[in-house]
Write a protein that binds this ligand. Sequence first.
Ligand SMILES: [Zn+2]
Length: 78
Amino acid sequence: MIRTLKKLFQKKPKQTTFIYCEKCRNELCSSDSFVSDTYDEKGDNHILYKCSKCGHVCDYNFDVAPVPIKWSELRSGA
Ligand SMILES: [Zn+2]
């Protein structure tokens, strides 16, 4: 898990990322809530976080903007 997180930060060395759980506002990056960093068959990036406090799962895209965007927002066009 630690190694995976380090890899994620090395990919975006100048970026300080904070992601807050939409249910309980837990900060996910610093609370060991990272699950996986994968690409789907279309080449879209999916960063999965599962909140270490409440268990809420979020699927983010780190590629489309300087800040992570939730896939649920991308798909709804927000
Ligand atoms: Zn939470």
